[in-house]
Design a binder for this molecule. Structure first.
Ligand SMILES: [Zn+2]
Ligand SMILES: [Zn+2]
Length: 129
């Protein structure tokens, strides 16, 4: 595949979509990222979920369902709503990595030892990013 950023699944984070409180999104996006499933707490594991939202890095993507039972090991990062084209707020992947590396965490994506606020959207809300 060429063009388009591939978002690696953040292993440490069990994305709690139920706590999503994400303004600035159009109705399409809000509807799709708020799909709740009784069987899968993580939307990357749920074949019914067409979009994922990763709160700690404020990133939205389309899951690549190449795993067992339709689970996704990664997703294609999107920058606009696929339905109406509205631009999404800037994702904070780089900022998240930079902040954690500053704390001496070499590979934040794989490390289970990151501060709690960095496992949720708390850190960027607190910093007004
Ligand atoms: Zn499901
Ligand atoms: Zn839209």
């Amino acid at each position: 595949m060429s063009g388009g950023t591939k978002g690696r699944r953040l292993h440490i984070i069990d994305m709690n979509i139920k706590e999503t409180n994400y303004s600035n999104l159009c109705n399409h996006m809000n509807e799709k990222i708020n799909v709740q499933c009784t069987y899968h707490s993580n939307p990357l594991d749920c074949p019914d979920s067409v979009l994922v939202y990763v709160p700690p890095i404020r990133e939205c993507g389309m899951p690549i369902r190449d795993g067992k039972h339709g689970s996704a090991s990664s997703y294609i990062v999107i920058y606009n709503c696929p339905w109406c084209g509205k631009k999404l707020p800037k994702n904070l992947r780089d900022e998240w990595l930079t902040e954690l590396k500053k704390m001496g965490i070499e590979d934040p994506i794989l490390s289970p030892d990151i501060p709690e606020e960095f496992k949720t959207d708390e850190w960027w809300k607190r910093r007004d990013l």
